[in-house]
Design a protein around this ligand. Structure first.
Ligand code: MEV
Length: 329
């Protein structure tokens, strides 16, 4: 290269996507109930730049160590045109906040050489999620990460909501059908600070959903699951009101029901007790067993301090209206 010649700078594609919290309907969404999820402003990003060989975070990319990534490269990229990929994420891993969904959605968009619809990204990320969860995975996390705002996943179309797409998937419990809907988060709710409390204990969604599936053969367990489902159904209209006190009260009820079906833990219950005096409501979010609680905070700093005092790790964050997004520099 001649002195003074400016080296050609390769374009970098950086996609980032939000994590999620489920307000109502986790687990039940795998058995015909709706789930109501919101995107939260903890984000995962994936950067891709042309390279001489496939790299991930500066190391040679090993497909066996990253099984979720290879199918996304096959679908959205080209193994013959290697990229150097870099992951950055604010979302704790295996904590119920949809970190793998956010990474899948963001990586698919960063790897791709052109624009992609949220639907295509969400579908591909859902297939990756289903593989990781032994076939029991709803499209809740992946759709929320792709779309942002509030997402309602239901077994049939809800006419009062904006329908986005339908998904059918074969799994160990037969073929499941979901309709994905979106809803902008009402302003009165969007301004409420969210405090996440991480127990520091990672949880395997696959193990939690398998445990629930094994217990579904018990009649009394199924009755408790019906309560979780009914609460999720009635909370769709509640979400539209945007009233944080009413939503918070139902979140507390939801946590009690999730405890009844055995997916809470002493550490999660402890963080709920710590957060409640400074919140409209709080509950575990995601598969449970460990992971996180979400609180709609009235006093976020006091709520975060109480979570630390109770042995947890707090994140003060907010609702995210923005889903997956691409920046090219
Ligand atoms: C995981 O975030 C929520 C579960 O309902 C599983 C799923 O929906 O795939 C437990």
């Amino acid at each position: 290269m001649d002195i003074g010649e400016v080296p050609e700078r390769k374009a970098m594609r950086r996609a980032d996507a939000p994590g999620k919290a489920i307000l109502f309907g986790e687990h039940a969404v795998l058995y015909g109930a709706p789930a109501i999820a919101i995107a939260v402003d903890l984000r995962a990003s994936f950067s891709a730049v042309e390279s001489d060989r496939w790299r991930l975070n500066g190391e040679d990319f090993k497909p066996v160590e990253n099984p979720y990534l290879s199918p996304l490269i096959s679908e959205f990229g080209d193994f013959e045109s290697p990229l150097s990929l870099t992951i950055e994420s604010d979302i704790p891993i295996a904590a119920g906040l949809g970190s793998s969904a956010a990474l899948s959605v963001a990586s698919a968009l960063a790897i791709s050489s052109h624009s992609q619809s949220p639907e295509k990204l969400a579908r591909a990320a859902h297939r990756a999620e289903a593989l990781a969860q032994g076939g029991r995975a709803s499209p809740t996390d992946t759709s929320t990460s792709a779309l942002g705002g509030a997402v309602i996943v239901a077994p049939s179309i809800i006419k009062s909501l904006e329908h986005q797409w339908s998904i059918d998937m074969d799994g160990p419990d037969g073929t499941k059908h979901w309709d994905v809907h979106s809803l902008p988060i009402p302003e009165s709710l969007a301004e409420v600070p969210i405090v996440i409390g991480y127990t520091g204990i990672p949880s395997s969604t696959r193990e939690m959903v398998e445990g629930v599936a094994a217990r579904m053969s018990s009649v009394s367990f199924r009755l408790s699951m019906d309560d979780v489902s009914n609460l999720a159904r009635s909370s769709i209209d509640l979400l539209k009101t945007g009233n944080p006190s009413l939503i918070g009260n139902e979140m507390i009820r939801c946590h009690d029901l999730l405890r009844e079906i055995g997916v809470s833990s002493p550490e999660l219950d402890n963080l709920i007790d710590a957060a409640l005096p400074f919140s409209y409501g709080a509950k575990l979010t995601g598969a449970g067993g460990g992971g996180c609680i979400i609180a709609l905070a009235t006093d976020p700093n006091a709520c975060a301090a109480a979570i630390i005092e109770a042995g947890g790790i707090p994140f003060i964050t907010s609702f995210a209206q923005r889903g997956v997004q691409l920046t090219i520099t």
